[in-house]
Design a protein around this ligand. Structure first.
Ligand code: SF4
Length: 289
């Protein structure tokens, strides 16, 4: 395979996280990372250059959308991030971009790794903030003998509040998302993850947490993952308190929903969840100096 990507920059965090900044052959720029959970390698792969979804709490919203990454670029990106390490790893399609928007290429890369990397890949995670093609994608995946784990970013209930955090969900509401999740879990009996990032004075009020826990209660095979907000330059948002996170876990338990907190990795080098960006932002920052 030709070299489609160049590594323009590599940054290392003391916790073992490595962030790579890639340049594509047409001059696009994006970042992705690898990190260890205990001794297990995780590769957080970007699927688009920029992101059309513009979620309020995510630094990728600042990067103008250029295009989807091709399946070959996805495969090369993962090869760079795994750095020929002779160990098993998970692939998380959680970096810049919504993998459901670029599903054709993501699925081609996924299928490639299921065949070629079968002995090295342990788990694959696909994350979506909710797109109108969700049902078609879930239908296709439900027929796969080897299925990835699916993560749904919810972040707020009801729709009016959620649209402030994930604006494009105006076209794909919570009812549609729940119907699609129930369709998938009924067909596969797989567990699905539902994400919530509590933000100070946005979605952290007790009644808002309760609405979310109640929404999850109807989904039998659901695990709530609380993702603490990782700050980035230019955002006015702040993380909700630790007490809020504990309250949300307790509320979920009260309603019979499993919930845990996903620790952050690589935040000192801006490689944590929601912190990845691209070169254009860097250039703008340099010009300001
Ligand atoms: S959270 Fe995901 S979908 Fe939302 S802007 Fe960031 S990369 Fe895009």
């Amino acid at each position: 395979m030709d070299e489609l990507l160049q590594v323009a920059n590599a940054t290392h965090d003391n916790d073992g996280t490595v962030k790579l900044q890639f340049i594509t052959s047409d001059g696009g720029s994006f970042e992705s990372s690898s990190f260890y959970v205990g001794r297990h390698l995780n590769i957080c792969c970007s699927t688009q250059i920029g992101c059309v979804n513009k979620c309020l709490h995510c630094a990728s919203r600042e990067v103008p959308f250029l295009r989807n990454l091709t399946s070959e670029e996805l495969i090369q990106q993962i090869a760079f991030l795994s750095d020929k390490r002779n160990e098993t790893f998970d692939i998380l399609f959680l970096g810049m971009g919504d993998p459901f928007v670029n599903f054709q290429n993501v699925f081609a890369a996924y299928t490639y790794f299921c065949k070629e990397g079968a002995t090295q890949i342990e788990d694959v995670l696909l994350c979506t903030s909710g797109m109108s093609n969700n049902r078609a994608v879930l239908q296709l995946l439900s027929h796969e003998p080897q299925r990835p784990n699916i993560v749904f970013s919810v972040h707020a209930v009801p729709d009016t509040l959620r649209q402030k955090i994930i604006p494009h969900t105006l076209l794909y509401n919570l009812d549609s998302m729940k119907k699609d999740i129930l369709f998938y879990t009924a067909k596969t009996d797989d567990y699905v993850f539902v994400n919530y990032t509590p933000l100070l004075n946005i979605n952290d009020k007790p009644e808002q947490l309760k609405d979310f826990a109640l929404w999850c209660r109807d989904i039998h095979n659901c695990i709530v993952r609380i993702i603490p907000f990782n700050t980035w330059q230019g955002t006015a948002l702040s993380p909700a308190s630790n007490r809020t996170i504990e309250d949300l876990i307790d509320l979920c338990k009260d309603y019979g929903v499993r919930a845990d907190v996903r620790p952050s990795y690589g935040t000192a080098i801006n490689a944590g969840c929601g912190q990845l960006r691209g070169d254009k932002v860097r250039r703008e920052q340099r010009n300001e100096m």
